[in-house]
Design a protein around this ligand. Structure first.
Ligand code: IPM
Ligand code: MN
Length: 359
């Protein structure tokens, strides 16, 4: 089988992207050095600045080059007030998801410090699950148009595309991940009581694939019920699989359960192929360049990147160091601390050095 190159395309992007990516890539370089992991990092300037200067969002040969030469892409965030229609962000983020067929958007939710959850009486054992969001179809396909735009009779049509192949592969991924990593249950959320055709397909495919995994418990919830249950009893969830739009919303809601968007990591996967890693948060232009952005979401996205390279045991060291930083209150203001983006990164790297010595 073609071996995945341990080459990482680094795309810092806009706003706070460069700061948080800087810290996260330094963390990865630290592990690379200590354990000789043979990773290599190559920077790419794609983002608002590049678009405004050259009129180019993604270079024409980018997808082919990434497929050929890289095993992973590490991205900061896209979004800049100078590009109000967000064309570059859509082209780059959604473009790469689609063109590289990154059909799994994996967003782990794990409470790393008891004090960070807004839920009373819930602890680390209660908030620990993974969201698997379909990442190439649904309402995100841009299939639609305007009729009589700007007039009082305007019509806007936006189709949601659900293919059997697309629904099947993300649901299958959920079950096979459950089996591989020892999860006992998969929850699927749709709105098949109202979205009759597309989500009926989701419902049927879930039942079908589930039959192949008699060892895994299945739970089906309508999306509105799931959002309520996430707050009432998050301990019932292990793996949640859902469509593109619902997954987007659920990820932000769930991130709050573990302390906010400053901590939420994500992997956009085409398993075994070049895949993209990025924090869930946006570019937060108002925070940019001030050392206020929390680098933990980006640093934990680095943990997911190591998992993709088959290096999960080193990823676990990142998680342990992050846990220590939170426990000792070495945090940015979003979590009530007084440290800068750079202080948090430096602390985590120092902890990694110490943890490596102990191993
Ligand atoms: C995310 C973001 C994107 C999405 C935006 C920037 C298009 O919110 O990664 O969650 O909706 O997928
Ligand atoms: Mn989002």
């Amino acid at each position: 089988m073609h071996k995945l190159p341990r080459r990482v395309a680094v795309v810092p992007g806009d706003g706070i992207g460069p700061e948080v990516v800087g810290e996260s890539v330094s963390v990865l370089r630290t592990l690379n050095r200590i354990f000789s992991l043979d990773m290599e990092f190559v920077d790419f300037p794609w983002g608002a600045e590049h678009y405004l200067e050259f009129g180019e969002t993604l270079p024409e040969d980018a997808v082919e080059m990434l497929n050929r030469e890289f095993g992973a892409i590490f991205m900061g965030a896209m979004g800049d007030p100078r590009v109000p229609d967000m064309v570059h962000a859509r082209d780059i983020v959604l473009g790469l998801r689609r063109k590289l067929d990154l059909y799994v958007n994996q967003r782990p939710i794990k409470l790393l410090d008891q004090r960070l959850t807004p839920l009373k009486d819930k602890g680390k054992d209660d908030i620990d699950f993974v969201i698997l969001r379909e990442n190439t179809e649904g309402s995100y396909v841009g299939c639609g148009g305007w009729f009589k735009k700007g007039s009082a009779d305007e019509i806007a049509i936006e189709e949601s595309i659900n293919t059997r192949k697309g629904v099947e592969r993300i649901i299958r991924y959920a079950f096979s991940m459950a089996r591989q990593y020892g999860y006992e249950k998969v929850t699927m959320a749709d709105k098949s009581n109202a979205i009759r055709f597309g989500h009926d397909l989701w419902y049927r495919v879930f039942q079908e694939i589930g039959e192949e995994y008699p060892d895994i418990e299945m739970q089906h919830l309508y999306i509105d019920v799931l959002t309520a249950e996430l707050i009432r009893a998050p301990e019932q969830f292990q793996i949640i699989v859902t469509c593109n739009l619902f997954g987007d919303i659920l990820a932000d809601l769930s991130a709050q359960l573990m302390g906010g968007l400053g901590l939420a990591a994500s992997a956009n996967l085409n398993p075994g192929k070049v895949s993209l890693f990025e924090p869930v948060h946006g570019s937060a232009p108002k925070l940019a360049g001030r050392g206020l952005a929390d680098p933990v979401a980006a640093i934990l996205s680095g943990q997911l990147l190591l998992g993709h390279f088959g290096l999960a045991e080193y990823g676990a060291i990142i998680e342990e160091a992050v846990r220590d930083s939170l426990q000792q209150g070495i945090t940015t203001p979003d979590l009530g601390g007084h440290s800068t983006t750079q202080d948090v990164g430096a602390f985590i790297r120092k902890r990694i050095e110490e943890l490596a010595d102990e191993k």
